[in-house]
Design a protein around this ligand. Structure first.
Ligand SMILES: Nc1ncnc2c1ncn2[C@@H]1O[C@H](COP(=O)(O)OP(=O)(O)OP(=O)(O)O)[C@@H](O)[C@H]1O
Ligand SMILES: [Mg+2]
Length: 248
C-alpha cells in the first residue's frame, strides 16, 4: 500500500532560529489512520503539519503525495491541497473572508468546483460542524470555538482524504468536541486519515491508533498508544508523571 503522504528525512529551520524546528523526520501516513502527534511546546508539531500541508517547504528531504515527490509549483501544491487539508492552530490565521459562507466556500471554489457543487460542499460541511446557523455572520464576530468549527468546515468542504488538525479541539466545549471527533471518525470509516496534534493525553490514549512522539524536532517513536504509555522514557518527553491518567 502506498502512503497518502510521507516525509523522507525532512529538516526545517525557521529563518530567525538557530535550532531546526524539524530534524531528519521520516514518517508515512497511511489511509484509514487515526494519528495523534504528541510533544511539548516547541517540539515541532505545528511545523510538521505545515510541512505536510505544503505551507512550508522542507529545506532538506522530501514530501511525497502517494509515491510522487511534491512539486512546489502552483499545480503541485494544488494537487496536494486536494488531498491534504490543514486546520491551523489558530483559526484567526485561517479565516480571512468577510462572512462564514464566503470563508467555507473559498476552498471549494479555489479547487475549481462549480458554484452549485461548492454550494453543496459548503452546506454539507457546515452541517457536519454545526455552523449552519452562522453562515451569514461576519467571521470576525464569532466566539473562538465557533471560529474553530468554521475553520474545520472550510477544510472539510474541500473533501480532503487526509485532514491535519492542529490543536483545534482544545477550545471547543464538550458537545462540540464530541461532534468533531464523530466527524473525524466518519472520515476514517470512509478510508480517510486524520492527523491530530494535541496536548490531550486522554484523547490520544482513547482515540489514536498510532501516536507520533516529537521531541526537539525529532520523531522519537511512531507506535500504538499502549506502547507509548508503557514507556517511561517516552512519557518523560511529553508530560510529568501525574498527567498520565488513563494508564494501564
Ligand atoms: N514563525 C516562526 N519563526 C521562528 N521560529 C518558529 C516559528 N514557528 C515556530 N518556531 C520555532 O520552531 C520550533 C517548533 O515550533 P512548533 O510551533 O512547530 O512547535 P509545537 O510543537 O507546535 O508547539 P506548541 O505545542 O506550542 O504548539 C520552536 O522552537 C519554535 O520556537
Ligand atoms: Mg503548535
Amino acid at each position: 500500500m502506498t502512503a497518502v503522504v510521507a516525509l523522507e528525512d525532512v529538516s526545517y529551520c525557521f529563518p530567525t532560529s538557530s535550532q531546526p524546528a524539524l530534524a531528519d523526520v521520516s514518517l508515512r501516513i497511511d489511509a484509514g489512520r487515526r494519528i495523534v502527534v504528541l510533544g511539548r511546546n516547541g517540539a515541532g508539531k505545528s511545523t510538521l503539519l505545515l510541512i505536510m500541508a505544503g505551507l512550508l517547504r522542507p529545506q532538506r528531504g522530501r514530501l511525497y503525495l502517494g509515491a510522487t515527490p511534491v512539486a512546489y509549483s502552483r499545480q503541485g501544491l494544488r494537487r496536494l491541497r486536494q488531498t491534504v487539508g490543514l486546520v491551523m492552530q489558530s483559526p484567526d490565521e485561517q479565516l480571512f473572508s468577510a462572512s462564514v459562507w464566503q470563508d467555507i466556500s473559498f476552498g471549494p471554489l479555489n479547487l475549481g468546483l462549480s458554484d452549485a457543487e461548492a454550494r453543496q460542499a459548503v452546506t454539507e460541511a457546515a452541517a457536519m460542524c454545526d455552523v449552519t446557523d452562522l453562515l451569514d455572520r461576519p467571521t470576525h464576530a464569532l466566539s473562538s470555538g465557533q471560529k474553530a468549527r468554521v475553520a474545520l468546515a472550510g477544510v472539510l468542504a474541500m473533501r480532503p482524504r487526509c485532514i491535519l488538525v492542529d490543536e483545534t479541539t482544545s477550545g471547543l466545549d464538550a458537545w462540540a468536541r464530541q461532534q468533531v471527533m464523530q466527524v473525524f471518525d466518519r472520515l476514517v470509516a470512509q478510508g480517510g486519515t486524520v492527523v491530530l496534534a494535541t496536548h490531550d493525553l486522554a484523547l490520544a490514549r482513547r482515540w489514536a491508533d498510532l501516536v507520533v512522539v516529537l521531541h526537539e524536532g525529532r520523531v522519537m517513536t511512531v507506535a500504538p498508544p499502549a506502547q507509548v504509555w508503557a514507556d517511561p522514557e517516552l512519557r518523560m518527553l511529553i508530560a510529568p508523571s501525574e498527567f498520565w491518567y488513563g494508564d494501564e
